[in-house]
Write a protein that binds this ligand. Structure first.
Ligand SMILES: Nc1ncnc2c1ncn2[C@@H]1O[C@H](COP(=O)(O)OP(=O)(O)OP(=O)(O)O)[C@@H](O)[C@H]1O
Ligand SMILES: Cc1ncsc1CCO
Ligand SMILES: [Mg+2]
Length: 262
């Protein structure tokens, strides 16, 4: 089945909803990407808060609009805090998203991610190797990097969406977003984005936030992907390499408009 292309006006609506609803996003993410993730959400006018302590995480997940669980630098105590937050979010009816960083060969995070998939995530966002490993059709990537193109993970993403109930986004040169029945293709971005740490992790925070916005969750998650890939393109055009890319990316998110998304 050929995926449909996400329309520019659908992405523009998602961007507008970010700016009017300003979702409060509880981010339990890895040590490498905390500041970039928070700044990415702020540039979209959302509100990030990192609250990792197990007791506080359970309290805060019930208050926030959405929760991000990213296993990039998972440790046993952090896993306990994340599980407490997931249960609190579920009990409060709040959506949460999973980023299965480097899931596959490493035991703690792989076991944790499989358990998390049983707990009704609203969305899962990963690169091709991660999504294939989580769907049971691969052993993961090269550390946090993918060894496969996103196209190769579409079937795995569809299976994972059906088994977990989540909207699954698999990113790469083209991003594919599926609810297990419909699949949307989201073009754009630039290969330079893979040479700056955390573009995928920050996207996962935007995906989590998008699940708290009004509208169809599939379109919201695809819109989140388009917002990041579009800002990435604009940032590459305005920068000279990975160093100047990061501030250019935040500026591009801040200034993003309907015309660019179309
Ligand atoms: N070859 C490419 N061409 C264009 N855009 C790309 C390419 N590869 C990735 N991207 C974009 O980069 C962003 C991050 O996706 P990627 O698949 O690299 O995530 P990731 O591997 O989880 O990254 P990280 O773990 O560093 O956060 C997405 O917006 C995606 O569309
Ligand atoms: C480099 C790295 N190592 C663990 S998490 C992370 C961020 C990219 O996923
Ligand atoms: Mg990643």
């Amino acid at each position: 089945m050929q995926p449909d292309l996400l329309c520019g006006n659908q992405a523009a609506t998602v961007l507008q909803h970010f700016r009017t609803h300003r979702p409060l996003v509880h981010c339990l993410t890895n040590d490498v990407v905390q500041t970039f993730t928070a700044n990415t959400l702020l540039a979209l006018r959302a509100s990030p808060a990192m609250v990792p302590d197990e007791q506080e995480a359970a309290q805060f997940a019930a208050l926030a609009d959405a929760l991000l669980i990213n296993v990039g630098t998972l440790t046993t105590p952090r896993a306990a805090g994340m599980m407490a937050a997931i249960h609190a979010a579920n009990n409060a009816g709040k959506p949460w998203a999973l980023d299965p960083v480097a899931v596959g060969a490493l035991q703690l995070r792989t076991t944790f991610a499989h358990q998390a998939c049983e707990l009704r995530p609203a969305a899962i966002r990963g690169n091709a190797s991660e999504i294939m490993a989580l769907a049971g059709s691969g052993t993961g990537g090269r550390g946090v990097d993918s060894l496969q193109p996103a196209e190769q993970a579409i079937d795995a993403a569809v299976r994972l969406a059906r088994s977990s109930g989540a909207v699954v986004a698999v990113t790469g040169e083209v991003d594919y977003v599926t609810d297990g029945e419909r699949t949307l293709a989201v073009p754009g971005g630039d290969v330079l984005m893979t040479y700056v740490v955390g573009t995928g992790c920050a996207l996962s925070a935007v995906v989590a936030a998008s699940c708290a916005l009004p509208g169809d969750r599939l379109v919201n998650v695809a819109g989140a992907c388009r917002i990041m890939s579009c800002a990435g393109e604009l940032a590459v055009a305005a920068s000279r390499g990975p160093g100047s890319f990061v501030p250019a990316m935040l500026d591009a998110l801040w200034n993003l408009n309907e015309g660019a998304l179309a």
